[in-house]
Design a protein around this ligand. Structure first.
Ligand SMILES: C[S@@+](CC[C@H](N)C(=O)[O-])C[C@H]1O[C@@H](n2cnc3c(N)ncnc32)[C@H](O)[C@@H]1O
Length: 277
C-alpha cells in the first residue's frame, strides 16, 4: 500500500532504504554521522522533543483521522512517535537521514532512510506529514514546504514543529568565549518560516510559537545534552575545524550563563498545522 509513494522502489518490511541527496554531500554526510552517533542515547536526552511532540499531537483533530490514511513521519528519529501515529492512521512511513536512528527501534512497519531535501515520494500520494523537531536540518525550508505540498493529496495535512532562531542561545554565549566559530546549527527566523508558509500554497490552520527549556545542574551536562541528541549538527559550512579541546570546553563551561544556579538549554519552536487546498 505504501510502496506506490516511493518512486517505484519497493519497501520490504522492515527494510531500511537509502536515498542519495542532491545538496552539499559533505554537510549531509556530517549530519548523518552525528545523528547516527546520537541514536543510542537519544531517548534519554530528548525531553524537550517529547514536549514538542505532545503539543504537535494536540493540533491533530481525532475526527480527521482514519485507518485508510497514509502518514509520513519525517525525520522520525528512533521512531518515538510511531506508536501514537499508528493509533491515528493506517500506515506510517518513518523517514530519516540516519540509518542508525531508524534501526535503533524495531517498532516501525515501513522505514526509509532518505533525505527530506530529496523526498523519494510521488506527487499526491500522502495524506499526512508529521514532523517533530526535524525540518530545521533541511537545507532549504522554503523548498521543503513546496515539496511537502506536492507529495500531499488534496486535503492532506502537515503537522510540523521546527526549531527557530533564538534557540540554544545559552550554548552560543558559552562558546563565544572560546572562538568565533559556529558550534551549533543556524536556525531560521520566525519571519522566514512565516514567509515560506505564505508562499507554499498551504492553508494555515494553526501557527504556535513556544519556548521549551531544559534545566541542568552543570554547564557540562547542558553542553553534553545537545551533543547527545545530535543538535551540534550544522546545516552551514561555518563549522569549527577540529575537535574541541579540554581547555576550550572548560572555557565554555565557565562562560555558560546560569539562571538560579541552573544551566538552561532553550529551544524556540514554531508549531504548524497546514492543509493542502
Ligand atoms: C531531533 S531528532 C527528532 C526525532 C523525532 N522526530 C522526535 O520527535 O523526537 C531529528 C531527526 O531528524 C533527522 N534528520 C536530520 N536531517 C535530516 C534530513 N535531511 N532528512 C531526513 N531526516 C533528517 C535526524 O537524523 C534525526 O533523527
Amino acid at each position: 500500500m505504501i510502496a506506490h509513494a516511493l518512486d517505484s522502489k519497493p519497501v520490504t518490511k522492515p527494510a531500511t532504504m537509502c536515498h542519495l541527496n542532491r545538496f552539499n554531500p559533505a554537510l549531509k554526510k556530517g549530519a548523518q554521522v552525528k545523528f547516527s552517533k546520537a541514536a543510542g542515547d537519544y531517548n534519554t536526552h530528548a525531553h524537550v522533543q517529547k514536549k514538542a511532540a505532545d503539543d504537535l499531537f494536540k493540533l491533530i483533530k481525532p475526527s480527521a483521522c482514519n485507518k485508510n490514511k497514509v502518514c509520513v513521519d519525517l525525520g522520525a528519529g528512533p521512531l518515538v512517535n510511531t506508536h501514537q501515529l499508528k493509533s491515528l492512521y493506517g500506515n506510517v512511513l518513518s523517514m530519516d537521514l540516519s540509518f542508525n536512528m531508524l534501526n535503533s527501534c524495531n517498532k516501525g512497519d515501513y522505514k526509509v532512510c532518505a533525505d527530506m531535501d530529496n523526498l523519494p515520494l510521488q506527487s499526491n500520494s500522502v495524506d499526512i506529514i508529521f514532523s517533530n523537531f526535524a525540518v530545521q536540518w533541511s537545507a532549504n525550508f522554503n523548498m521543503l514546504l513546496k515539496s511537502l505540498y506536492e507529495v500531499l493529496k488534496p486535503g492532506g495535512q502537515a503537522f510540523i514543529s521546527t526549531v527557530v532562531e533564538g534557540s540554544l542561545n545559552e550554548i552560543k554565549t558559552a562558546f563565544a568565549a572560546v572562538d568565533s566559530h559556529s558550534h551549533i546549527n543556524t536556525f531560521n527566523s520566525v519571519d522566514y518560516i512565516n514567509q515560506s508558509v505564505q508562499s507554499s500554497g498551504f492553508n494555515v490552520t494553526n501557527t504556535i510559537s513556544m519556548i521549551y527549556t531544559d534545566k541542568y545542574s552543570t554547564p557540562l551536562q547542558a553542553i553534553r545534552s545537545i551533543k547527545a541528541i545530535g543538535a551540534t549538527t550544522q546545516n552551514t559550512g561555518k563549522t569549527r575545524p577540529g575537535l574541541l579541546t579540554k581547555s576550550a570546553l572548560k572555557t565554555a563551561c565557565a562562560a555558560y550563563p546560569l539562571i538560579n544556579q541552573k544551566a538552561c538549554v532553550s529551544y524556540h519552536v514554531v508549531l504548524l498545522s497546514l492543509t493542502k487546498a
